[in-house]
Design a protein around this ligand. Structure first.
Ligand SMILES: Nc1ncnc2c1ncn2[C@@H]1O[C@H](COP(=O)(O)OP(=O)(O)O)[C@@H](O)[C@H]1O
Ligand SMILES: [Mg+2]
Length: 281
């Protein structure tokens, strides 16, 4: 069976204008895992195009394949069907063109903020002076200037997460892939980091794919919210967030915001309840 025909754009014509405006493309991707003598479909047939410089968020119930989708873009999870394209080129593994940020920020506890941020640049054999310059830029960007020489254990959770974000920024990726990056933080810190991320995004115009289970966060950040559903993991619908940037607290409290938030909320929470026995046990 050919999957190419069902695609809205022809994946073979990578020089077409459609490809040049689409930074990241999921083309009919799926992922199955063997369970007993059958297959469990973690992600069904998902197609999604993300434009260069676009901010897209993904929400959906636990286990609907959000991390699987992001992992495919990161090159950490191999699709069992379909493919992921970055600038029209199939993703075959991780690369410095994509920065990945997880909820559990893994900083090296014995390295200072600056050394942590420089780590990826060292791996990439960036010369010392350039490394220092890029690390300093990223540290300033996330507001950790005064803490560059501090060790992670002396920082709050929010500051540690900012350090992890700076580490991803320093490598200067074109695409940021963020998997519930603020999930472990308190509400106030979360709002601060949301605003800072938007601020950075509006200056740098990177393409962002951001996963969250927080509907408010999804709507506040994105131009489009992808709502996923489970069993099999799939896109249920995509909600346009027709609100201007810069997003402000005034926008967050507006009636328009509330209307969109309710729409997304309804889509996420009025999905059929999960059945406990979908996997053979
Ligand atoms: N390595 C694996 N082996 C078997 N099942 C997996 C594996 N990784 C993920 N899954 C299953 O795939 C589904 C989607 O997982 P995931 O993408 O992590 O969901 P989400 O991030 O939306 O919570 C889940 O049911 C999960 O248990
Ligand atoms: Mg997940």
């Amino acid at each position: 069976m050919s999957t190419a025909q069902s695609n809205p754009t022809d994946p073979t014509s990578t020089t077409s204008s459609t490809s040049s405006t689409s930074k990241l493309s999921f083309r009919a991707v799926g992922r199955t895992y063997p369970v007993g003598d059958g297959l469990f479909t973690a992600l069904g047939n998902v197609s999604l195009d993300i434009a260069d410089g676009e901010f897209v968020t993904v929400v959906g119930p636990s286990g609907c394949g959000k991390s699987t989708l992001l992992g495919m873009a990161a090159g950490l999870v191999e699709p069992t069907s379909g493919r992921v394209l970055l600038d029209g080129v199939p993703v075959t593994g991780p690369g410095p063109d994509r920065g990945v940020i997880f909820q559990q920020y893994a900083l090296f506890p014995w390295l200072t903020v600056r050394r942590n941020v420089e780590f990826g640049l060292r791996l990439a054999a960036v010369p010392a002076a350039e490394r220092r310059r890029r690390a300093q830029y990223a540290i300033d960007l996330v507001g950790l200037t005064d803490f560059a020489d501090a060790l992670p254990k002396t920082l709050s959770g929010g500051m540690r997460q900012r350090c992890a974000i700076a580490r991803a920024y320093a490598v200067d990726p074109q695409v940021l892939l963020m998997d519930e990056p603020f999930g472990a933080l308190d509400a106030l810190t979360r709002v601060q980091l949301q605003n800072q991320l938007l601020d950075t995004w509006s200056r740098e115009r990177r393409t962002v794919l951001f996963i969250t289970h927080d509907v408010d966060e999804a709507v506040y950040l994105a131009r489009r919210v992808v709502v996923m559903a489970a069993r099999p993991g799939r896109i249920d619908r995509i909600v346009d967030v027709d609100l201007p940037y810069p997003r402000t607290e005034e926008i967050r409290l507006s009636a328009d915001f509330g209307r969109i938030r309710n729409e997304v909320w309804h889509a996420v929470y009025h999905q059929p309840p999960a059945t406990p026995a979908t996997r053979a046990t």
